[in-house]
Design a protein around this ligand. Structure first.
Ligand code: RBF
Length: 362
């Protein structure tokens, strides 16, 4: 008697979970469905690292949350969308199993993430969980009907950074505030968290190209922290560069950027910020901000998903002309830190890129 009722309960639970799974499958990507007793859509934001110190991830979560909040505000009584932000931590070897677990849970209509290494991970997970859909920024893969990607023209972003770094360096040399970086010329610095194809193949060459547009003798002192959090390592790499005559450094090292800024501030050297407006991080020390509108991209693409209109299978690339990459020129700390002569030259460059007169494929 007890056994058979247990069996019934198990059967009931099984049927329930099957019905639940079927419902989930049907609703995926159909944010516009006319729901009777519809459950909310659920979105997981997977952060490959931690949010703190990495604005590219903070912008990701902010954009998804904004799209969800707008959808919920428009919904009659109960939430239409729920968002869970999950930090994957700095052990990159764990990311694939973390994403697999999210897909295996069948709890999320959409997994959102941002990182050049995520498309390959999602591709593998997608083969095992073909109902799972992904929205991935800062990465690229085309042709998987469950994966949409958007990446930025980071050659433009890095070019603008190199251009201002070179202008500031030349002015400092002329004013006797810096020494030649060594025989053979002028040098600017770049501190990266790690080496990866977009860094070595797009960002570093774009940065050098932007500097060479100012003066063809420029070279780049390129240093790698080895992780995205060690401020002490960032500081010692920057201090070593500065000792060798570099006086402007671009930092793309997440939480380690703090150390680069510290070392620069102590010696009077300057920093170029990447991804977000960083002038306020250390006014007077940060003299350029080449930004991504990742918050806007995350917002727009999540909203499209919620309307059932995200073009899965597509891989978009957006740049300055599309409004997703830019150089911040109107911040009071930029106006205070950088001379009018430099601002004018930088503005002329940015205008040429915005208008499409200067185009660069990445
Ligand atoms: N950028 C960050 O700001 N923080 C990070 O924790 C971070 N982790 C990364 C991990 C990997 C495996 C790769 C390939 C890139 C990472 N980036 C990180 C760099 C990021 O994708 C982007 O290139 C930079 O933010 C410049 O836009």
């Amino acid at each position: 008697m007890r056994f058979s009722s247990l069996k019934k309960m198990c059967l009931g639970a099984l049927l329930l979970s099957l019905a639940f799974t079927a419902c989930r499958k049907e609703s995926a990507g159909s944010g516009g469905r006319s729901g009777e007793a519809a459950r909310p859509l659920s979105i997981a934001v997977f952060i490959p690292g931690v949010m703190s110190g990495s604005p590219i991830y903070e912008m990701l979560a902010a954009g998804v949350n904004r799209a969800a909040a707008e959808k919920n505000a428009a919904a009659a009584d109960k939430p239409a969308v729920t968002v869970n932000v999950i930090e994957g931590g700095f052990n990159q070897a764990e990311w694939e199993s973390r994403v697999t677990a999210l897909a295996a849970s069948a709890s999320y209509d959409l997994i959102v993430s941002s990182n050049p290494s995520l498309p390959a991970i999602a591709q593998g997970v997608s083969a095992a969980f073909p109902n799972q859909q992904f929205l991935l920024l800062d990465g690229e893969i085309a042709g998987n009907p469950n994966i949409y990607t958007l990446r930025y023209n980071q050659r433009e972003q890095a070019y603008m950074a190199g251009h201002i770094a070179a202008l500031v360096t030349l002015e400092r040399l002329a004013a006797g505030l810096a020494n030649e970086a060594g025989p053979g010329g002028r040098r600017i610095g770049l501190v990266a968290g790690q080496e990866y194809p977009a860094m070595n193949g797009i960002i570093l060459p774009g940065y050098l190209e932007g500097a060479k547009a100012v003066d063809s003798s420029f070279t780049v002192d390129f240093r790698v922290v080895g992780n995205w959090f060690d401020g002490g390592a960032g500081a010692s790499l920057a201090a070593d560069m500065i000792r060798r005559g570099v006086s402007v450094i671009l930092c793309i090292a997440g939480g380690a950027n703090e150390g680069v800024v510290q070392a620069a501030a102590e010696t009077g050297a300057k920093v170029i910020w990447f991804d977000t407006n960083g002038y306020g991080v250390r006014p007077g020390t940060v003299v350029g901000s080449a930004v991504l509108r990742q918050d806007q991209a995350a917002y727009e693409k999540t909203a499209l998903f919620l309307e059932g209109a995200l073009p899965f299978g597509a891989a978009e690339i957006v740049g300055v002309a599309d409004g997703f990459v830019d150089f911040v020129e109107d911040d009071p700390d930029y106006l205070a830190a950088v001379s009018p002569a430099i601002r004018e030259k930088q503005a002329a460059l940015v205008t040429r890129i915005r208008s499409g007169e200067l185009r660069m494929g990445e």
